[in-house]
Design a protein around this ligand. Structure first.
Ligand code: ADP
Length: 471
């Protein structure tokens, strides 16, 4: 089967969050099990672009509304990612340093989708499946079926994977002329609540819809930023498939970012060495447990409770605790964390920004990973933590619920900590539980680490699951 993934992100080319990790791994595993999976994404100005060799495969021109634009498609020459990677270059629109966050993001991603379809339209043979990811590619199923210019693509099957339904790509109807000439009778398939909603359109028009965990799909029926009824109505074609992780990129035994590599047998000494190094770098005392948070400093991740948790946690445990935060997001929160660092710097440090290498080193160094998320479609951090023998402390939601078992589980299968509220008091009582469970008796922490590291969250299972949905 030939599958074309179309996405705004793909690790290691460009990544802003979990979407990048998924699109960088799933196609590789689909190729390994005998299919042909390719990735098409925008050409941003990233390091990966400058450090690799490319060949030009197509040049074309088309319209965004009444504006003619030219585009080019280039392909990475060596297939080093384990799949064919194509970048779409649209001069002045896509070639920026960041993936998102520009005033003209609507124009950027609509142009990208139109350019991709214009290119696919020129192919002699046709792929079997077009796999779209999130709202940036959400107009594609509609355009393939109902735009007169793309009729050669109308019978190709489409699937949309929802990595995050909070963001839907809304655009006003005054921009409807951006979409190439389409059957007016189908206008309703673009609309939700009075504006063009690319994510809603994809849910209506794609042949299949998947979410990145089964629990997230259930939650979306009740809470989907306005799309609840749509999910309820379309539930027959919706499936929840848990993301995997790329076990080759995320492997404490071979991870070149770590100061000391380790496996399940050597986890205790290995983590200790990584922890000492990180604590030295961030001026923390390695004899105390290290709690980390990695992620976007936004409401969805309940990041606004972090200052409270850290301030009170340090006081409550009389300085015998360490916190480290790696993230960026709301400016007021970044400033608050830096202020707090100035006050309790002996026990807390933060790195404001995005740093892939530091993320790897933190998963290896930490004892506990905090994820109090309000919404967590799948969550990859907790799976990386498991792989690196770091105890995940997660709120009982979405993919976190599907991947973590509480240590108090009666069957003795547990290893992590689960709490119910995205509020400081609940995280603090969970930290109390952590101090009790894992440190009061010797051997418990090491046993939990071995259990966690034996869990297989690799892509193999999920890659097969996607194939059966395509079939
Ligand atoms: P989301 O996609 O909602 O941000 P996920 O848990 O699905 O959350 O994926 C987050 C990914 O982004 C993980 O690979 C995590 O390690 C990474 N990440 C998030 N913030 C940072 C950061 N500041 N520096 C490095 N990596 C980060």
């Amino acid at each position: 089967m030939e599958i074309i993934h179309i996405s705004a992100e793909c690790y290691p080319v460009a990544k802003a969050g979990g979407l990048g990790d998924v699109v960088g791994a799933l196609p590789k595993y689909q190729n390994r099990i005998g299919h042909i999976a390719k990735v098409v994404m925008p050409m941003y100005r990233t390091k990966f672009l400058y450090n690799n060799d490319w060949e030009l495969v197509h040049e074309g021109g088309t319209y965004l509304g009444s504006n003619w634009f030219r585009y080019a498609v280039i392909k990475e020459k060596s297939n080093k990612l384990g799949f064919d990677l194509y970048l779409v270059d649209i001069n002045g629109l896509l070639d920026r340093e960041q993936v998102y966050g520009y005033d003209d993001d609507t124009e950027r991603f609509v142009s990208f989708q139109i350019a991709v379809l214009d290119w696919l339209n020129s192919w002699q043979h046709k792929p079997d499946v077009i796999h779209c990811h999130d709202h940036h590619t959400g107009l594609i199923p509609f355009m393939m079926k109902y735009c007169y210019g793309y009729q050669s693509l109308a019978t190709i099957r489409t699937i949309i994977t929802i990595h995050n339904a909070q963001y839907q790509g809304w655009m006003g109807w005054e921009k409807s002329h951006y979409i190439p000439w389409y059957d007016d009778w189908k206008t309703g398939l673009l609309d939700w609540g009075g504006s063009i909603n690319p994510l809603a359109s994809a849910i209506k028009c794609a042949d299949r819809v998947t979410t990145v965990s089964p629990s997230y799909l259930e939650e979306l029926m009740n809470s989907a930023n306005g799309l609840e009824n749509l999910f309820e109505f379309e539930r027959g074609k919706c499936f929840g498939i848990l993301n995997g992780i790329d076990n080759e990129v995320w492997d404490p035994e071979t991870d070149t970012y770590l100061v000391s590599n380790y496996n399940a047998e050597t986890v205790e000494a290995g983590k200790e060495e990584n922890k000492e190094h990180i604590c030295r770098q961030f001026n923390l005392d390695p004899q105390w447990p290290l709690f980390i948070f990695i992620g976007r400093l936004v409401g969805e991740k309940a990041a606004e409770i972090l200052p409270d948790v850290i301030g009170n946690g340090v006081e409550r445990h009389e300085g015998r605790i360490n916190f480290l935060v790696l993230g960026s997001g709301h400016k007021h929160l970044e400033a608050e964390l830096l202020r707090l660092e100035a006050i309790v710097g002996k026990n807390f440090s933060c790195y404001i920004g995005y740093n892939e290498e530091l993320a790897h080193r933190l998963y290896a160094a930490a004892d506990f990973l905090l994820m109090p998320s309000l919404v967590e479609p799948c969550g990859l951090n907790q799976m990386y933590a498991l792989r690196y023998g770091t105890v995940p402390m997660v709120r009982n939601t979405g993919g976190l619920r599907d991947t973590v078992i509480d240590i108090a589980n009666v069957d003795g299968k547990g290893y992590g900590l689960i709490f119910n509220h995205a509020e400081a008091w609940d995280v603090l009582s969970s930290i109390d539980r952590a101090m009790g469970w894992y440190f009061e008796q010797p051997g418990i922490l090491d046993g939990a680490r071995k259990k966690m590291m034996a869990i297989d969250n690799s892509w193999e299972n999920s890659a097969h699951h996607y194939i059966s949905i395509y079939q």
